[in-house]
Design a protein around this ligand. Structure first.
Ligand SMILES: [Zn+2]
Length: 142
């Protein structure tokens, strides 16, 4: 039986068209709202990273005030951007906490080859966390 390439291409075009429409809708609904959501996600990420950094420093009895300051500055910048958007009347609904769903389907263990390579700092090539804002070694912005 011949594979129906025409149908496949048509389906693909439909999907692409739908994605394009969704993107346009989003733009219509307000790019600012998207900006605000993005900034709030960035804020949560930076706060999480700062928490992880402070925890690891405290646990190891170390200090790295310059790096902590960088995170605090980055968080202050994001907060300022959020305040600016809110001052313009941009609102987003508070994210609803997702209920915890117990997954009964056993996921097959990922092949080690599929693991993403750990990110490295472009400055000092130290291993850095995937969503770290700054290198823990040299403080370079990532
Ligand atoms: Zn570095």
């Amino acid at each position: 039986m011949a594979f129906d390439f025409d149908l496949l291409m048509k389906k693909g075009a439909e999907v692409a068209e739908a994605a394009k429409r969704t993107a346009v809708d989003l733009a219509d609904k307000g790019k600012k709202q998207v900006d605000l959501v993005n900034e709030q996600a960035k804020l949560a990420k930076a706060q999480r990273q700062l928490g992880a950094l402070v925890y690891s420093l405290a646990k190891n009895g170390e200090e790295n005030q310059p790096l902590v300051d960088k995170y605090i500055q980055a968080i202050a910048d994001i907060e300022a951007a959020i305040e600016e958007l809110k001052a313009e009347g941009v609102e987003v609904e508070e994210p609803v906490e997702e209920p915890i769903v117990v997954d009964v389907v056993e996921e097959p263990a990922a092949e080690p080859a599929d693991e993403p390579k750990p990110n490295t700092c472009p400055q000092c090539h130290a291993e850095v966390q995937e969503d770290a804002l700054f290198c823990n070694q040299c403080g370079a912005q990532l």
